[in-house]
Design a protein around this ligand. Structure first.
Ligand SMILES: NC(=O)C1=CN([C@@H]2O[C@H](COP(=O)(O)OP(=O)(O)OC[C@H]3O[C@@H](n4cnc5c(N)ncnc54)[C@H](OP(=O)(O)O)[C@@H]3O)[C@@H](O)[C@H]2O)C=CC1
Ligand SMILES: CC(=O)C(=O)O
Ligand SMILES: [Mg+2]
Length: 767
């Protein structure tokens, strides 16, 4: 055990090296560890995981090797393997010193694509030796990611391994880099109007990355005669005596040019995959109009972007670093190309799969950025252009676009040994990984789709609502109506790069100027006139309180659903809804349910926001409302009244209330699986419950937890949410006369879409 929780004080200076050393050292050395995926808590587990039980999967695999994908982690396990001969731009620092980079790649595989990795650093420099070591690893892995092996050895190593192994072998520095470079070049050309067959390219570097990039650009249309390659010895020309190999020789031409300084004259693209600082600013003056400067050496680029920008304000500039725009780095590719390849059991990663990845990445940069993705970009939401040629590595859409495209290409070219049968289900799976809400929300979205139900948003100027409105329109989940000033809405839509426009795509209710204003005031006064509101106040309120405006719209039938609460106080919004919309027929009070979606599962909590101290009758009523709501998710509710008392271990007014509520629910719905009062662990664990109450009418795990009061429900929900990093969907308001929901200010735009879909589904089912 080497965990050191205390450690020294964090570095106080901004020195990146010092901070990086601290990061790598504490609280335990390194960046990765192994995480078991099965329980190992008792003798029985041990007998299954290890001997004698483990013999069963061993025998099965011996009889049918394809079952390794079923009984072991092989199909999701990749080797990140290096001999340390070209570690970033640090050069030949050896395998041991390369380990932090390989651990780093392992983390990226896991974080971005849920792929498990063993980082493997080998002491092997000769091609034969490397090939033998790697080939011998085939039984362990679903794929091999070669990393930081220098040219020219890397080319032959990869060629020979690809021929020998029946799993993907992919040299990331070559192909991962080439895929991103090709996507960035394609998008840059779309902006500067140049054609790939006409552009002149000069490379600094003729190693693994540079040559692979040039090769891919050639296969996409660039002309070999328009490419000049340079390395540490200057221009690669026909007949030169300095280093030359068959891979470089492709680009060696008859030329009098000898230096980068000469070769860069008139170039449209500078491709730097060599070493820090080799491109002097004055050389940029010689490049063609609107050049593309790709200074991709790590950690220090061939030229720093600010120096390049000072000389060539018209240039599009990319680096390999995270601290500048346009990060052209293979991290945008390798997690996802392997995700797609592993998921279809690809036996290799071929040209078609690489080009599918290029297409997907290039197209993604041109799409609008979702709010989830916008978080990846910090304060400013990017819009496709010179400063945003390719997506950020944190863009959650990368996996959704690249992995299926790669898997399809694998299948089309006959290298998929386990073709994906249902791409819709596959996308759901990827979505679940990305958004976690994906699967449980699916039935709701299905009910909501194409319904045409109109959802009015009281906070129509809010960025989250604007983003949600675009998603709703694209996914046909209801028709948004926004309360807000049209000019503000338009300018914000433009700022966030959203395509929808008021009037054309959705309706706006302008609080400052709407022809229905007088009617709305009359309607509102009719609802609240005898509740202490005079006509003057009503006029002011209908100008200024957007929840009231939206409530009146719904009450008059100008909209079907109300969503509010992104700003302000929950209780005040609820008061407006009570006054204008009221409770549903046959219901006495509203309540609020929260849905938490976490790695450990999905749970509904009741009542987390509305009723402070509900009576037994109130509880029974809200449970019945909750059950209807939960069934919309395609889930059969299983309720537990939770308490400090476990099946009568204590007698308090609260426990009596819970028992009465249980009796009332049972009387109304004898088939409802519900029981109580019980401890929280009894609710979630059948074995624990059966020990104290063998005849409990609840089987399995409760999914609806009903609390005796607001404090207990809200506190528990928030603690669970924070401890399990669960996603909160809701609050889902139960019992309003028409679907209406009060969100909380921390909601995300995805949260807005989720609640809108829930409300639309409710409106559809209510008819
Ligand atoms: N942004 C990204 O995603 C990626 C960036 N890279 C970066 O690209 C660079 C090269 O990596 P890789 O191709 O794997 O390594 P290689 O060792 O295979 O190639 C390095 C190339 O750069 C040349 N070179 C080295 N120093 C100079 C110099 N001072 N002037 C001109 N040329 C020079 C080498 O020439 P010679 O052989 O004659 O020494 C060789 O052609 C590294 O900085 C790496 O970090 C690599 C992969 C991905
Ligand atoms: C990014 C990367 O793989 C490199 O610089 O080597
Ligand atoms: Mg590398």
């Amino acid at each position: 055990m080497s965990e050191d929780h205390k450690g020294p004080e964090r570095p106080t200076t901004g020195d990146l090296d010092e901070q990086a050393l601290f990061y790598h050292r504490y609280p335990r050395p390194g960046k990765v560890a192994i995480q078991p995926t099965k329980p190992l808590g008792n003798q029985r587990d041990l007998a299954l995981a290890y001997t004698p039980g483990v013999a069963a999967p061993c025998r099965a695999i011996a009889a049918d090797p394809s079952l390794a994908a079923v009984y072991t982690s092989r199909a999701n396990l990749v080797a990140v393997l290096s001999n340390g001969t070209a570690v970033l731009g640090l050069g030949d620092i050896g395998p041991l010193a390369s380990k932090p980079v390989m651990e780093g790649k392992a983390v990226l595989f896991k974080k971005f694509a849920d792929i498990d990795v063993f980082d493997i650093e080998i002491e092997a420099r000769e091609i034969d030796h490397i090939v033998e070591v790697v080939a011998a690893l085939e039984p362990t892995f679903g794929g091999i990611n070669l990393e930081d092996i220098k040219a020219p050895e890397c080319f032959e190593v990869e060629e020979r391994l690809r021929a020998r192994m029946k799993i993907p072998v992919f040299h990331d520095d070559q192909h991962g880099t080439a895929i991103i470079v090709a996507a960035a070049v394609r998008n840059a050309l779309a902006l500067n109007g140049k054609k790939i067959e006409d552009i002149r390219i000069v490379s600094s570097g003729a190693g693994a990355a540079a040559l692979a990039c040039l090769n891919l650009l050639v296969s996409l249309g660039a002309k070999v005669e328009n490419i000049t390659c340079t390395d540490i010895d200057g221009v690669v020309y026909e007949g030169r005596e300095a280093r030359m190999d068959r891979w470089m020789a492709v680009y060696a031409k008859k030329t009098e040019l000898r230096t980068l300084s000469e070769a860069i004259e008139g170039a449209d693209v500078f491709l730097g995959l060599s070493a820090g600082g080799v491109l002097k600013p004055h050389l940029l003056e010689k490049m063609a109009e609107r050049p593309l400067i790709m200074a991709l050496a790590n950690p220090t680029p061939e030229i720093m972007p600010d120096l390049a920008r000072a000389v060539r304000p018209d240039a599009m500039i990319c680096t390999g670093r995270s601290d500048f725009p346009n990060q052209v780095n293979n991290v945008l590719c390798f997690p996802y190309i392997f995700r797609g390849a592993l998921d279809c059991g690809a036996t290799s990663i071929n040209e078609e799969m690489k080009i599918a990845a290029v297409d997907a990445i290039a197209a993604l940069a041109r799409e609008e950025v979702s709010e989830v993705a916008a978080k990846a970009y910090g304060a400013d939401t990017p819009v496709f252009g010179p400063e945003y040629l390719i997506p950020s590595p944190f863009d959650p859409r990368l996996i959704l676009k690249i992995a299926p495209a790669v898997a399809r290409a694998a299948e089309a070219t006959g290298v998929a040994s386990r073709p994906i049968e249902d791409f819709g289900a596959y996308l759901d799976l990827l979505n679940r990984f990305v958004f976690r809400t994906g699967l449980i929300m699916k039935p709701i979205f299905q009910i909501a789709r194409d319904s045409g139900k109109r959802v009015i948003f009281a906070d129509g100027e809010d960025e989250r609502v604007l983003r949600a409105a675009q998603v709703m329109l694209e996914d046909k989940v209801g028709v948004p109506i926004l309360v807000g000033r049209p000019a503000v809405i338009v300018s914000r839509l433009e700022r966030y790069g959203l395509r929808i426009r008021p009037g054309k795509d959705f309706e706006v209710v302008n609080p400052e100027d709407d022809p229905r204003y007088r009617d709305y005031v009359d309607h509102y006064f009719g609802k609240v006139g005898r509740k202490g509101v005079n006509p003057d106040t009503a006029r002011t309120v209908v100008r200024t309180n957007t929840t009231v405006i939206a409530g009146v719209a719904v009450s008059r039938g100008d909209a079907d659903i109300l969503i509010c609460g992104l700003e302000g106080n929950f209780v005040r919004h609820l008061r407006d809804i009570r006054q204008i919309i009221g409770v549903a027929e046959g219901t006495t009070k509203m309540a609020a349910m929260s849905l938490l979606i976490g790695q450990q599962g999905t749970k509904f909590f009741l009542d987390t926001y509305v009723q402070r101290d509900p009576s037994a009758e109130d509880l029974a009523e809200m449970v019945m409302l909750a059950a209807t709501e939960i069934r919309r998710f395609g889930i059969e509710p299983k309720g537990a009244f939770v308490s400090h008392s476990n099946f009568g271990t204590d007698e308090t007014p609260q426990t009596k209330k819970l028992r009465q509520a249980l009796a009332l629910v049972r009387a109304q719905a004898p088939d409802f699986e519900i029981d109580g009062e019980m401890h929280g662990d009894s609710a979630l664990n059948e074995a624990i419950r059966r020990r104290v109450m063998p005849t409990s009418t609840l089987s399995g795990e409760a999914n609806l937890l009903i609390f005796p009061n607001l404090d207990a429900a809200n506190i528990t929900m928030n603690v669970v949410k924070a401890m399990t990093e669960s996603l909160h969907v809701g609050p889902i308001l139960l019992g309003a006369a028409v679907p209406a929901h009060v969100l909380t200010p921390s909601v995300t735009s995805r949260g807005v879409v989720n609640i809108a879909a829930i409300a639309v589904a409710e409106a559809v089912q209510r008819g």
